[in-house]
Design a protein around this ligand. Structure first.
Ligand SMILES: Cc1cc2nc3c(=O)[nH]c(=O)nc-3n(C[C@H](O)[C@H](O)[C@H](O)COP(=O)(O)OP(=O)(O)OC[C@H]3O[C@@H](n4cnc5c(N)ncnc54)[C@H](O)[C@@H]3O)c2cc1C
Length: 401
């Protein structure tokens, strides 16, 4: 592999996509700086999984053991019925379970990626890009700290609301609202809790979930359908009020979450939407992760896309003399995969958020049938065995080394 010409790269965002890209670029001989707006790593968030191609990348990075050691201990998925009974159960080993082999808290994965890169990469916390001026040989970058510096390439990995994306692509990328709001919070664990991912569907298009973690607490999430999209502009106290109002009367553990909302600092509340961008690069600036193609938590693939996009972009930059060719090759490999992941099954999210109690009962009855032994056995005949899963995930990862 020839040494690349573009050596100095700036990455905006130190979450999943940014540090994964930094890892590989540093390995290929680039001088990498990561700028993160927060004063320190943002370790919030809930249970995410590292599977399929992301697991292969973690293996190649030598971090799979650390990810495995931080497993949340989740044993599978249970759907809770309207009388608080288990309406359907999908143990981790079942091919239809949402629980994957490598379940980890988002914050733990961010820490692992940071630890794996901090020696080789220059991290700058508490700063962000405010201006980008493209020149024939480099990009002049202005930072909120007042610093200015030149880089050969800049990559936006700063999430679904990327301001770097806005600076370069303006209104061109589209945020497609899916009619859904979600809230995450961490609540104290009780004796009555267990290690299942418990999913409760309530009438009036609401879902409440409780998941175990490896820290002795419980990760709660709430989602509800909402045609308007302006709650995220409200101050945090107002958001909490909206959340409590929407949860009222939902049943099961909703009251416990309502009570916890006022006592918890880390309530994360946002609307759910996908980013669709007609191109992922302009001149010397490219995009990866949620900034470029956020698929939403509904797909369960946000982390996978972030890690795969980072791996491919780094590999193509190492492989090509000209960054323009690398950007084209990255997009050519990645775009069909992104389009497949972003395509939601028909009826999602409407079908899984019924309006009436009857709708909820029907949904749980269908799930109970699907989870039943005879149907599971039938499905397993047509599903890949766990060992086959990695090769069967829609994208071939080239070996760039
Ligand atoms: C605090 C937090 C909690 C999350 N919780 C969950 C969850 O529970 N479940 C789930 O499925 N997904 C969650 N996500 C989203 C999930 O991390 C992503 O969908 C996925 O992993 C892709 O990651 P990413 O690196 O592309 O973007 P993100 O994970 O969104 O990371 C973007 C990073 O860029 C930083 N940043 C933002 N703007 C700037 C700027 N202007 N300059 C510099 N840095 C900037 C952010 O602080 C953040 O560190 C969360 C994201 C965050 C930031």
């Amino acid at each position: 592999m020839s040494l690349p010409k573009a050596k100095k790269v700036l990455i905006s965002g130190a979450s999943i996509a940014g540090p994964t890209l930094a890892f590989w670029l540093a390995k290929y001989g680039f001088a990498v700086t990561v700028v993160e707006r927060s004063a320190s790593l943002r370790l919030g968030g809930q249970n995410i999984d590292v599977n399929g191609p992301a697991q292969l990348i973690a293996q190649k990075m030598g971090i799979e053991t650390a990810i495995r050691a931080a497993n949340t201990g989740e044993v599978g998925l249970q759907l809770i019925g309207q009388n608080n009974q288990v309406a359907a159960a999908f143990p981790k080993e079942s091919s239809m379970s949402g629980t994957q082999e490598l379940e980890i808290l988002r914050g733990d994965l961010v820490s692992i990626l940071y630890e794996a890169t901090k020696e080789a990469v220059n991290y700058r916390f508490g700063d962000s890009i405010t201006g980008l001026e493209q020149h024939p040989d480099d990009v002049a970058v202005t930072f909120s700290s007042g610093k200015t510096e030149r880089f050969q390439l800049v990559v936006a990995a700063d999430g679904v609301r990327s301001s770097t994306r806005r600076l370069v692509f303006g209104e061109e990328p589209v945020f497609t609202y899916l009619g859904l709001y979600t809230a995450y919070l961490t609540i104290p664990r009780r004796e009555s809790d267990n290690d299942w991912w418990r999913w409760y569907t309530a009438a009036d298009r609401r879902i409440v979930m409780l998941r175990p973690d490896n820290q002795g607490t419980i990760r709660a999430s709430v989602a509800f359908m909402e045609p308007g999209e302006s709650y995220e502009k409200l101050p945090p106290e107002e958001q909490k009020r909206v959340l409590k109002t929407r949860l009222a009367g939902a049943g099961w553990e909703a009251d416990r979450i309502i009570n916890a909302i006022d006592e918890t600092q880390d309530v994360y509340f946002d609307k759910i939407g996908q980013i669709k961008a007609p191109r992922w690069s302009a001149g010397r600036v490219a995009m990866i992760g949620d900034a470029a193609y956020c698929p939403t938590p509904l797909t369960g693939k946000g982390t996978t896309l972030a890690m795969v996009g980072a791996y491919l972009l780094a590999g193509e930059l190492a492989r090509h003399e000209r960054y323009q060719d690398a950007f084209v090759a990255y997009e050519k490999r990645m775009r069909p995969y992104v389009e497949a992941v972003q395509k939601l099954p028909p009826g999602v999210p409407w079908l899984v958020y019924p309006k009436s109690h009857l709708g909820v009962s029907v949904l749980n009855a269908v799930a109970g049938l699907v989870a039943s032994k005879p149907v599971q056995k039938l499905v397993s005949l047509f599903s890949p065995k766990p060992d086959d899963k990695q090769e069967d995930d829609g994208i071939d990862l080239p070996d760039y080394a």
